[in-house]
Design a protein around this ligand. Structure first.
Ligand code: PEP
Ligand code: MG
Length: 327
């Protein structure tokens, strides 16, 4: 079906009842931006800035970071790019960053991402300046990883705003707009989301980490890989609630974990009211083909029934619905 997917490149991802779904790609290297042209995706919904750190033998200095971010923005053109600040530490330890590689019993739940960045704030200041200067004259979208409590977002946001003022004070050109968002990967954040929503320009659910924390199941443990299903009532109810809150507050919500790249899972997400997906480039064609045959309103009606009274095998119910409706 390769040729069929390629032929859809320039067709919109629109459901049969007229819902326009934003399909974006996940990226981490400058060359990944080429996937935008190949797939016809709407933008980069997750740019993992830690890739540059992980492939470097030494800490990437500001000029190197800035060059990468500018190249990504240049190549993306009008299409939006969401830069996620570094998610390093824990199991993504860097040899040149002392203390980050100290042995931790549970590195995925350890001193990583925003936790490390707020303490080692010199690191994030450098990254903030690199992003702000790289996006001069354009919109900059920044997203923070592993936010568990609203104050972490507030502190990261304030750090960026101080760097913006610093750049401005030097008379250098600024981004026309900086939009700030958070990842939702830690279940605790969902319990206090109402407190954070007024500060957010967007939110993106990282279902890889979210699933591991929701089920207390290591995402890297092959013994558990098949055990917990993305189409289980616990996850879908959780996501339904987050989607409802975001949609009610008019804060755009996306999913940027692997879940959104699987066709049936992507369909279920749309059925929960999540209409922005950032996925691996190879999944754009199959997911777009699904979207173009989907009646989203009909699915949403079924989905609320399934979540209220989950059938014994929710995956089977969703799959049967897709087959019956020729999605
Ligand atoms: C996630 O956790 O779902 C996510 C997108 O981030 P990463 O896979 O980089 O941890
Ligand atoms: Mg994650």
């Amino acid at each position: 079906r390769r040729a069929e997917f390629a032929a859809m490149r320039d067709l919109p991802a629109i459901t049969t009842d007229g819902r326009r779904i934003a399909l974006m790609v996940n990226a981490g290297l400058a060359d990944d931006v080429a996937a935008l042209d190949v797939t016809g995706a709407d933008g980069i919904g997750l740019f993992r800035t830690e890739f540059q750190f992980l492939v470097s033998a030494t800490l990437p200095q500001r000029d190197r970071q800035q060059r990468l971010y500018k190249e990504v923005l240049d190549r993306a053109g009008d299409r939006p790019v969401i830069f996620r600040t570094v998610d390093i530490g824990g199991d993504k330890a860097l040899p040149y960053l002392t203390h980050a590689s100290e042995n931790e019993e549970n590195p995925a739940m350890g001193w990583r991402a925003i936790r490390l960045a707020l303490e080692r704030d010199a690191l994030m200041k450098v990254q903030a300046r690199a992003l702000i200067e790289a996006a001069a004259g354009r919109t900059l979208n920044v997203m923070f990883p592993m936010i568990s409590e609203p104050w972490e977002f507030t502190a990261a946001h304030a750090l960026f705003e101080r760097q913006r003022a610093w750049v401005q004070g030097r008379g250098r050109p600024l981004p026309t707009l900086i939009r700030y968002g958070t990842m939702l990967e830690v279940p605790a954040l969902a319990e206090v989301l109402d407190l954070l929503l007024p500060q957010l320009d967007f939110l993106s659910v990282g279902t890889n980490d979210l699933t591991q924390f929701l089920f207390a199941a290591d995402r890297a443990n092959p013994k558990l890989a098949e055990r917990y299903d993305w189409l289980s009532p616990a996850i879908l109810r959780f996501l339904a609630r987050v989607a409802r809150e975001c949609n009610a507050a008019s804060v755009p919500i996306a999913v940027c974990g692997e879940m959104g790249g699987r066709t049936l899972e992507a369909m279920a997400l749309i059925g929960l009211g999540i209409e922005r997906l950032s996925i691996t480039p190879a999944a754009i064609g199959p997911v777009k083909a699904m979207i173009r045959t989907l009646d989203a309103a009909a699915l949403r009606a079924c989905m609320s029934g399934w979540l209220a009274q989950p059938p014994p095998d929710l995956r089977a119910a969703i799959r049967d619905w897709a087959l019956r409706n020729e999605v």
